[in-house]
Ligand binder design. Structure first.
Ligand code: WTA
Length: 647
């Protein structure tokens, strides 16, 4: 029997949406889809109001997705300017530094002033509507200013997570042909300085980058000096002195691009997921309000980094579109100690805390004391995102962190979806630990078998979505065919999520994880193909195969099988070197956890690596290897089993 946590009357009472309202609105959102979204569109200020709501085809020979497509707006003005008449002095962003003694309250007026000036700095560097700007930033207020400044002048931002390597950054600059990189000298994390500017310097030196990159704008975030290239580098604070404070927001079409965000897929290099303006901001605003049951005055905190989609939609765009107070944290959960998250909740009187299962598991390991030593008395809602939350972590989060009175919203979504698609609503949905529960408004989920047949009732299958929603990605930047091939080709006429799911007798959805070759390491997506291609680029490596295995803290760990070139000796030193190599090629989040030397890999007679078998070996599940008789050399499997690495 699964536990069920009924909606608490006190929560339902103040909620935007109660259970009967959820069912009524969901029904209307599906049966009268355009009318529903026409109404939701009104939450945004349009310069020229839309009269057309939706123009969508999921057919692969005619794929197109447009929302509110004759309307015009400016996303930055919706997140900033429009709140000034009533909220100029209200706090827009609470910034908490890595150092627990440093924090800052930024009012909507101050946000407006900073964003306008930042936008003028961009213009001074020659940035115009449609130009791509790459951000490689710490979690400092300037990251939000920079994103909003781009939106203000119609430039398209591409935020690259600060934990990615110079190589990974270079690839992303080249792919979208960025003219400008915005960075900081250093990022402060856990009391250490991470040399961001130095990584940008290394990226600039990589072949191809200088074809596009014209300048690097550097925010001063420390007293330590950095190397400087007069031809390319500009201190932000120096240009700031020269610019005006006035910067009108540019009128954008609803379907003009807002941002690109790179994410890993099962094949090839990362894809530039493109989101546009009107639909994205309507969807981010609606989901932030309903899922977090946001009310004016609430202090809302999402612990993600702006380098991921969660930071885009639920630190910056969603909350600010709603005039909320959003907390932005520069540091890490275990610095100065394991109480940090909860100390922040007390210090800033946080109502909503939205974090990831991997952080919850890491903190859970430290015991209850670091939590119990704080009061958390203002907390009323907890959120989870990024990977399935295991019931043990769910219970600890609910009972210890939330003192058994805060609902948990387990939110399922993807970079591609722009916002949350499956989640409980605090006042409407009885909770089941481990289930993301029900679809949000307008989201038509289905499960299909491997032939694409729709499954009814209780079932386990591929999770697909039958119709569009305004926050959906529009294309893969520069490669529309890849968009079609990746999401609309496996099954006809529907969006394929790449996730598997189970639907129970109450029509609740339980995400079972990726069905493709995408790993989820601490809630971060990583393509096995990316890690493999990094490894085979090393001169000692002949072949590599990468699979995931269950990992207590990270959810999934990276297990690597490596075949070395003839004549190369396996050694501990080489193992360490390969780990460093992958960190350099991609970044620390892609560090292999276990490397096994494999004299041979299990392949079919046509030469295809049988990952299913490798996955079972990595999972220690030798009983279920399945049929190995079709392998070219069945004996390699015995060797791999005998030499399996232990965790
Ligand atoms: C996984 C993060 C289970 C899923 C917003 C998805 C989840 C991938 C959940 C997207 C959840 C995200 N329960 N699995 N609540 N949330 N996932 O693009 O496999 O970084 O496809 O977006 O994370 O990861 P992405």
């Amino acid at each position: 029997m699964t536990d069920i946590y009924p909606v608490k009357p006190a929560v339902a009472e103040k909620a935007h949406i109660t259970e009967p309202q959820y069912f009524e609105m969901y029904k209307r959102s599906v049966e009268d889809n355009e009318a529903f979204w026409a109404e939701q569109g009104k939450r945004i200020d349009w310069i020229k109001p839309y009269s057309k709501i939706k123009d969508v085809s999921f057919q692969k020979d005619d794929l197109h997705i447009r929302w509110y497509y004759d309307g015009t707006l400016n996303v930055c003005a919706n997140c900033v300017d429009r709140h000034l008449p009533e909220k100029a002095n209200d706090t827009a962003i609470i910034w908490e530094g890595d150092d627990p003694n440093v924090s800052q309250h930024i009012s909507y007026q101050a946000l407006f002033d900073n964003v306008c000036r930042f936008a003028n700095v961009l213009k001074a560097r020659g940035i115009q509507k449609g130009d791509r700007v790459t951000l490689y930033m710490p979690m400092i207020p300037e990251a939000a200013y920079a994103m909003l400044a781009c939106a203000r002048i119609g430039a398209i931002h591409s935020v690259v997570f600060g934990g990615f390597s110079a190589e990974a950054l270079a690839g992303r600059i080249i792919d979208c042909k960025s003219k400008l990189v915005i960075t900081a000298d250093f990022s402060n994390r856990g009391g250490k300085q991470i040399p961001l500017k130095q990584n940008v310097d290394a990226a600039s030196a990589i072949k191809g980058v200088s074809d596009y990159l014209e300048s690097v704008l550097v925010i001063k975030n420390s007293d330590t000096s950095v190397a400087w290239n007069d031809a390319q580098d500009y201190w932000y604070h120096e240009i700031l002195e020269t610019v005006d404070t006035d910067c009108p927001a540019v009128e954008m079409d609803a379907e003009d691009p807002l941002f690109i965000l790179y994410t890993s897929g099962s094949t090839g290099k990362p894809k530039g997921v493109l989101h546009t303006s009107g639909g994205y901001i309507v969807y981010a605003s609606m989901t932030h309000q309903y899922v977090f049951d946001y009310h004016p005055g609430d202090i809302y905190w999402c612990t993600a980094d702006v380098g991921w989609v969660t930071g885009h939609s639920y630190i910056v765009y969603g909350p600010l579109a709603n005039g909320a107070t959003t907390l932005m944290f520069e540091g890490v959960p275990n610095y100065p100690d394991h109480s940090r998250f909860w100390q922040i909740c007390d210090k800033h009187k946080v109502q909503t805390c939205y974090t990831a299962p991997t952080a919850i598991r890491a903190l859970m390991r430290e015991g209850d004391e670091p939590v119990k030593s704080t009061s958390r008395e203002t907390l009323s809602l907890l959120g989870s995102v990024g990977e399935p939350i295991n019931p043990e972590a769910w219970h600890w989060y609910y009972e210890v962190v939330g003192d058994s009175h805060c609902p948990i919203v387990d939110t399922w979504w993807q970079t591609e979806t722009g916002g949350i698609l499956i989640s409980p609503l605090p006042g409407a949905t009885p909770l089941k630990p481990g289930s993301a529960t029900r679809p949000l408004f307008g989201i038509q989920l289905a499960l299909v078998d491997s032939d694409g047949n729709e499954l009814q009732g209780e079932a386990d299958g591929n999770l697909i979505i039958k119709d569009s929603w305004p926050g959906q990605m529009r294309t893969v930047y520069g490669d529309h065919q890849r968009f079609i091939d990746t999401y609309f080709s496996a099954f006809d006429g529907v969006y394929t999520t790449g996730d598997g799911a189970r639907r129970d007798k109450d029509d609740y959805y339980w995400i079972t994880g990726r069905v493709d070759d995408v790993l989820n390491i601490s809630g971060h997506r990583m393509g096995t193909a990316e890690v493999e291609s990094a490894l085979v680029a090393h001169h000692d490596v002949a072949e590599a195969a990468v699979v995931g295995y269950p990992h207590d803290i990270k959810g999934q760990g990276i297990y690597v099988f490596v075949t070395l070139n003839v004549g190369v000796e396996a050694s501990d030193a080489l193992e360490k070197e390969l780990v460093q190599w992958v960190r350099k090629e991609i970044g620390p989040i892609a560090s292999p956890d276990l490397i096994q030397w494999a004299p041979g890999l299990p392949k079919t007679r046509s030469g295809k690596i049988m990952r299913r078998i490798l996955r079972k070996i990595a999972e220690n599940d030798f009983e279920n290897l399945g049929d190995t008789s079709t392998l070219a050399e069945p004996a390699v499997v015995d060797d791999l089993i005998a030499n399996r690495k232990n965790r």
